[in-house]
Design a protein around this ligand. Sequence first.
Ligand code: NAD
Length: 276
Amino acid sequence: MSTAIRSTRHATADGRPLHDRVAVVTGSTSGIGLGVARALAGAGAAVVLNGFGGGADIETVRQEIAETNGVAVDYVPGDLGRPEAATDLVERALAAHGRVDILVNNAGIQHVAPIERFPPERWDAVLALNLSAAFHATRAVLPGMKARGWGRIVNVASAHGLIASPFKAAYVAAKHGLVGLTKVTALETAEQGITCNAVCPGYVWTPLVERQIDDQARAHGIAREQVIRDVLLAKQPNKRFATVEELGALTAFLCGPGAASITGTALPVDGGWTAQ
Ligand code: NAD
């Protein structure tokens, strides 16, 4: 594992709800994770970023979030598809900040194919990142959260953690599993000031969705525009993609004082998809 890019701390003494909290957000160099990292930093938390990407781009984002919000922002690389990488990420955050108060298990990948043509190695990769990495990271943060009597874990699941679609066997299985892990984590920590919730987005406009459009077009044998209209937003009654800012705001709320009694839930953010 390569070394973490340096931390920049800007002291603040304001009343922001997550002031002095330390947050680890997996898969936060892009999309929802980056939106969540920005929202948590905006609420006053120090943030540890993780994910893939160009070093210079990540350093630019890291500095921008730190300077805009006056908080420490670190970047710890690591392929969370490897079990030891999730544990290592938490250990590096603990070494840098002394504690992890907030864990957002967000890193995820997708593979779209019918089951009989689903490559077993893609099944393993999707399960490893979308489900097992959350287990390994949760396992690593819980002792400290329990010792301090405070913690927030937000698992970025999906509407596909609640319902299924064809051609997404690994993703749907992993996200249903992540909702199950969320409930168990919530029950095991309920008396210790810790909450654990899953957020279940429908379609959010991010690079992951952009990539799926081509995969879905191949699987269904239709054009990109038709995938957007008839496959993706066909199931989302409000006919709009959610934004990473909306996911960030919800996650910051779940980590704040107003959500102290919300635990073990799987919150749809899907424009009514799962209400049908
Ligand atoms: P994205 O592709 O924009 O971002 C994924 C992030 O995960 C990136 O930072 C990437 O570098 C990181 N990542 C990928 N593989 C990794 C690995 N092996 N180790 C560490 N980091 C890794 O995707 P997104 O759309 O922002 O999705 C984020 C999460 O939200 C995923 O769990 C996804 O399943 C979930 N989700 C997304 C949508 C959507 O419509 N975009 C809907 C429901 C759920």
